[in-house]
Design a binder for this molecule. Structure first.
Ligand SMILES: Cc1ncc(C[n+]2csc(CCOP(=O)(O)OP(=O)(O)O)c2C)c(N)n1
Ligand SMILES: CC(=O)[C@@H](O)[C@H](O)COP(=O)(O)O
Ligand SMILES: [Mg+2]
Length: 676
């Protein structure tokens, strides 16, 4: 008896289809026993239908515990089963664009048993992961890369003469809005005899409905699933109609391509040189399987267009009109309601504040790269739809388009997740900064993000920003500073400005005890002892609070420390340099990579004999773990900072002059950083 036959026997038990009680235990344990795609290949159509239903229950159950990408995975259940029946993974690589919808692939490739550890430290990654399985060829999670990976693999198999392999890339309609996808399509189409199947998973949405010209055409198609029959009926009707014979049909036939142009995406892809199959109902396993078989038989580049529903089969996801439960936090599986009460986030403060500015200033416009809800731009989009642009998953275009808006006399605000700015570095540097454009870039998810792992920690932005001449960067430490710094950013019209803050609750306000200077050069003093001259702790963003805690602990040990938040930490101001020169030791604390970040910029700005200790994240790919755990491990809590500073001070207790005279200390001879 095959595994699936056994499983089916269990499923035929009346209780087994219920997602509660003993029944749930049973189907979960059966799915746990799928060890390879062979089990799926051996299944009958009826078994596959039941398996699809079981997988959905499994996904809801497991994702409800700690959160994850539920809606996207519910939408690709049948599609993934069909893929693994037609293609021979891992010999035929199956790549999932962005990778957030690879949970079903993980189940089919024998990883169901690891789902209790989904997105936890050393557990199952929320994305494909090369270390996890030979079936995961790439560990992606930034969108629109799958077609380029696939193009390269297909070329490699071609060069090596491995003609019987097929590369498969599954790409969503959201990821298809990214420029990289089109660069790759242009190349893929040229490889006429390189077997490469693109499965276009068209659910009409990124988080929110996908926008843009292509999306509009696809949406028209989705609204008219019977278009083939319609064309057939028109043709048949015309041929039979009295007075309208073949000549008239000929004229109308010529119009057909125009009609198709309007309705069909196939012209789009076919004109590029790709074979197009579809559209196929992506929830009909048999139909998808047949289309994939045809595509595989073609032995060249083919696009199979599958129409699916995000959240399919789970009513709470389908009812979530905003995001179809794209990536919910832990929730009640029966109702879909979140388990924890929502917290007030930096993104919310930003979103509300931007609406306030927009009411007063009609030159303020906003741009999102397909993430209006998660970046806090929802209220702006609602209040000012004519000044709001969702450019698709196109961060590079977002930045250059912002430069264009600025040339046109407007002040654009581009809201992104920190990690996605990485790919728009050139646009920030050349198109915005070199051109002196007043563009405000607001980055959420800066620093450690947590469960999404190495690709999503927003720890590169300050290194990027520090290399851009004249760019101003502030990391608000709380809601009040975010409001103030956003207002200041909107007043800059001759260079780009960047604000960055982390995921999670906006922290309690941390008022300044006094302010040194004003305007761009204002420095907030957050904590000071009566006797200056000891340690100057420079806290960047929310880590200013940890610096204050560290200073309090140091005071208990007789070490005097002053804590400041320089507000506009880049470029480093002469006022900060002057202040730092009054202290024996300068310690910078930031929630970003240590190499080339704010601390490094401050160190570079100070005299070479200044004693500067740069605390931050190691320049490494940090694993998935909670933000608090990783900060503690990397030595960025108040307690850890105090311990490091105390150790440093006792080891370097001389003034720069004393060190210079003895000639034994240089900047390169700094103590080892914690957390390496
Ligand atoms: C470069 C980049 N920008 C933004 C994101 C955030 N993001 C993750 S999934 C997603 C939507 C993807 O839509 P689609 O490709 O259609 O997949 P679906 O979720 O609809 O299955 C976005 C914007 C990302 N992962 N990468
Ligand atoms: C796949 C992706 O890039 C996003 O969906 C991301 O995982 C969401 O992160 P948050 O849950 O922090 O919004
Ligand atoms: Mg989509």
């Amino acid at each position: 008896m095959s595994l699936l036959t056994k499983r089916r026997a269990v499923l035929s038990h009346p209780q087994a289809t219920s997602p509660a009680g003993n029944g749930r235990e049973r189907w979960v344990s059966q799915i746990d026993r799928i060890t390879s795609p062979a089990a799926v290949r051996a299944a009958s159509p009826e078994q596959l239908t039941e398996l699809a239903a079981d997988i959905r229950r499994f996904l809801v159950d497991k994702v409800s515990k700690r959160g994850g990408h539920l809606g996207p995975n519910l939408g690709v259940v049948e599609l993934t089963l069909a893929l693994h029946r037609v293609f021979d993974s891992p010999a035929d690589p199956i790549l999932f664009d962005t990778g957030h919808q690879s949970y079903v692939h993980k189940i089919v490739t024998g990883r169901a048993g690891d789902f209790d550890q989904l997105r936890v430290r050393s557990g199952l990654s929320g994305y494909p992961d090369r270390a996890e399985s030979e079936h995961d060829w790439v560990g992606n999670s930034h969108a629109s890369t799958s077609l380029s990976y696939a193009d390269g693999m297909a070329k490699a198999f071609d060069v090596r003469g491995e003609k019987n392999r097929t590369v498969v890339a599954v790409i969503g309609d959201g990821a298809m809005t990214g420029g990289m996808a089109w660069e790759a399509l242009n190349n893929i189409a040229a490889g006429k005899d390189r077997p490469l199947v693109i499965v276009f998973n068209d659910n009409g949405r990124s988080y929110a409905p996908t926008t843009g010209g292509m999306a509009e055409r696809l949406a028209a198609l989705r609204l008219k699933p019977g278009y083939e029959q319609m064309l057939g009926a028109v043709k048949g009707g015309l041929l039979r109609a009295p007075g309208i014979g073949r000549p008239m049909f000929g004229v109308l036939h010529a119009m057909k391509s125009a009609i198709k142009d309007f309705f069909l995406p196939q012209t789009l892809f076919q004109d590029l040189g790709l074979k197009y199959l579809g559209p196929v109902d992506g929830h009909d396993i048999g139909a998808v399987e047949r289309a994939l078989q045809r595509a595989k038989g073609f032995r060249g580049p083919v696009l199979v267009h599958c129409i699916t529903n995000k959240g399919q089969g789970y009513p709470p996801a389908l009812a979530d009109e905003a995001e179809m439960m794209h990536s919910p936090a832990a929730f009640d599986p029966d109702t879909g309601k979140p388990l924890a009460a929502g917290v007030r986030t930096f993104g919310q403060v930003f979103g509300e504040e931007l609406v306030r500015h927009a009411a007063i200033r009609d030159d303020v416009v906003a741009i999102t790269a397909a993430m209006s809800g998660p970046t806090g731009l929802g209220p702006f989009a609602e209040h000012y739809p004519d000044r709001f642009y969702d450019v698709g998953i196109a961060e590079q275009h977002a930045l250059t388009s912002a430069a264009g808006l600025s040339f046109g006399g407007l002040h654009p605000v581009v809201a992104l997740y920190s990690t996605f700015l990485n790919r728009a570095f050139d646009q920030l540097l050349m198109d915005c900064a070199l051109h002196g454009r007043g563009v405000t870039v607001v980055l959420d998810r800066a620093g450690i993000t947590g469960e999404d792992g190495p690709s999503h920690h927003g720890m590169w932005d300050m290194t990027i920003a520090a290399t851009v001449p004249a760019l101003r960067l502030a990391a608000p430490r709380d809601g009040a500073t975010l409001r103030a710094e956003l207002a200041e950013a909107l007043d800059v019209d001759d260079r780009p400005t960047l604000l960055r803050y982390p995921k999670g609750a906006v922290p309690q306000e941390l008022p300044a005890v006094r302010r040194i200077g004003s305007g761009d050069a204002a420095i907030d003093v957050l904590y000071e002892r009566e006797a200056p001259g000891g340690v100057l702790l420079i806290g960047v963003g929310v880590l200013a609070a940890a610096a204050v805690e560290a200073a309090e602990r140091l005071a208990d040990h007789g070490i005097d420390a002053t804590v400041v938040d320089p507000r506009w930490v880049l470029p480093v101001s002469p006022e900060l340099v002057e202040l730092a020169s009054e202290y024996r030791h300068v310690v910078t604390v930031e929630d970003g990579g240590r190499s080339g970040g704010v601390g490094a910029a401050i160190r570079d700005a100070l005299p070479t004999d200044a004693d500067v200790l740069v605390l931050g994240l190691p320049q490494d790919f940090l694993e998935a773990a909670s933000r608090s755990d990783l900060l503690a491990e990397k030595g960025l809590t108040g307690q850890a900072i105090a311990r490091t500073v105390a150790g440093h001070v006792s080891g370097a207790a001389r003034t720069p002059g004393e060190r210079r005279r003895s000639g034994d200390e240089s900047r390169s001879a700094r103590p080892e950083h914690p957390g390496r």
